[in-house]
Design a protein around this ligand. Structure first.
Ligand SMILES: Cc1cc2nc3c(=O)[nH]c(=O)nc-3n(C[C@H](O)[C@H](O)[C@H](O)COP(=O)(O)OP(=O)(O)OC[C@H]3O[C@@H](n4cnc5c(N)ncnc54)[C@H](O)[C@@H]3O)c2cc1C
Length: 415
């Protein structure tokens, strides 16, 4: 693709003021971009971090201010024109402007799509309108469910992924009666090895969560006031519920790009420079599918490190110093006293090696290997192992499974 050189006074418009959009705007200024930068974001809040939503914000330990990615005053200080409550409804690639639902069109020289994604809904009648059936993607979702987080309330979490399990953990700490329903034979089945799933099922069970796997929801029952009062399972069983939280994944917000004629396939397709098929339009964060530098193919990632790194790559491209995105993916999850850190992509592994014991205790590491190469690791409560695991994965190191397994042998020297 030929790149028309960007100019320092280009008008850059960013659609979406989430992790990626906010980071991109700040990085543009840091890299010396002088032209106007406009962030159009549909939410009423200044850009905030989402990870605490299912952790400290839900539990009440963090406030909205704690979540801000940057203090609101910095947008003015950096001359970033952030327009809250501004939903973009269309992109005109010929006229080079975007349409905003509640305001004037905004012209651009360069456009960055940072539209993230939305929570997948439970495809059941009434779920949308019931005031006690929630999904969790934004501040408003937590604000809506928090008052129902009362001790003794019966919380049914649909989906045993990270978000669902984090909500379950907060629920237990707040004294709710919690049931987790997972359709797959084990929790976290899509992302981890069975040993890690087993660990989390044990931890949650020990904390009093009723974890049910191979268990799908077939319906919701409602009271006369429209509130859900129970969840019906595929085997006909019925669980009473005071509130239901649905954590069954994310749908990337790709409609704007698709309507504008940009290639989309479970994410806006971009190259390693975050460029779409239109050289004036880049896309970053959860809404993209991008080339995997380590193992080929395309992937879509839903994580803060990915959003942040792609934002920086886009800013580098837009300031005339392009560098390719080749970061090794990583992610974390906090549940009770358990911190999980993962690095790399485990898909396609042919060997799983456990360092430490996942059956007892609270600290261990699981390595995923492919043809002897360390592809990924899930590290539980072992931050030092995580630092080394990051290096092993980045270096595509070959380490014998015996060595990885043996806790008496330090990981570090094997680099
Ligand atoms: C509950 C929860 C817990 C998480 N925990 C972790 C974690 O522990 N670790 C981790 O690494 N990641 C975690 N994540 C994922 C992480 O938050 C996301 O990967 C990250 O927020 C992606 O940033 P983004 O900017 O691409 O998208 P988003 O943060 O979703 O931002 C996109 C923004 O664009 C706006 N937008 C969309 N369409 C339009 C439009 N047409 N016009 C204007 N604005 C628009 C959206 O409203 C939104 O504000 C978690 C996510 C959630 C929801």
């Amino acid at each position: 693709m030929t790149i028309e050189q960007p100019h320092s006074d280009d008008r850059v418009v960013i659609i979406g003021g989430g992790q990626a959009g906010a980071e991109c705007a700040a990085s543009l200024r840091m890299a010396g971009h002088r032209g106007p930068v406009t962030i159009l974001t549909e939410e009423p809040a200044y850009p905030y971090a989402r990870p605490p939503l299912s952790k400290a914000y839900l539990s009440g330990a963090a406030t909205v201010e704690d979540l801000y990615i940057r203090p609101p005053a910095t947008y003015d200080q950096q001359d970033l024109d952030i327009r809250l409550g501004s939903r973009v409804t269309a992109i005109d690639r010929v006229g080079r402007y975007v349409q905003v639902e509640t305001g004037p069109d905004v012209p651009y020289d360069r456009l960055v799509l940072a539209t993230g994604g939305r929570a997948r809904r439970l495809p059941l009648p009434g779920a949308e309108s019931a005031p006690n059936v929630h999904t969790l993607r934004g501040l408003a979702d937590v604000d809506a469910m928090r008052e129902q987080f009362t001790p003794g309330a019966r919380l049914v979490v649909v989906g045993g992924g990270y978000v669902g399990l984090e909500v379950a953990a907060v629920g237990r700490k707040a004294g709710l009666q919690v049931t987790v329903l997972e359709a797959a034979p084990r929790v976290l089945a899509r992302v981890t090895a069975a040993v890690v799933s087993g660990f989390y099922e044990r931890v949650h069970t020990e904390h009093g969560v009723d974890v049910r796997t191979s268990c799908s929801v077939s319906g919701l029952d409602y009271g006369l006031d429209g509130r859900a009062i129970g969840v019906t399972l595929a085997d006909g069983a019925r669980l009473p519920a005071d509130l239901v939280v649905v954590g069954i994944g994310l749908v990337p917000n790709t409609e704007l790009a698709e309507a504008a004629g940009l290639p989309v396939d479970d994410g806006i397709l971009v190259d390693e420079y975050c460029r779409t098929a239109d050289q004036r339009i880049l896309a970053i964060g959860d809404c993209t599918r991008h080339p995997c530098a380590q193992h080929g193919g395309f992937r879509r990632l839903e994580s803060v490190p990915n959003a942040t790194e792609q934002a920086r790559v886009a800013a580098a491209v837009l300031t005339g110093a392009p560098r390719a995105y080749d970061a090794v993916p990583w992610f974390w999850s906090d549940q009770y006293d358990v911190k999980l850190q993962t690095v790399g992509l485990s898909a396609g592994h042919d060997e799983v090696v456990v360092r430490g014991s996942a059956d007892a205790g609270r600290s261990f590491t699981v390595f995923y290997l492919k043809d002897g190469e360390v592809r990924a690791a899930d590290v539980v409560n072992a931050p030092r192992d995580f630092m080394v695991a990051k290096k092993l994965v980045a270096a595509r190191a070959h380490v014998s499974s015996d060595r990885l397994r043996d806790q008496a042998t330090p990981l570090k020297p094997s680099l």
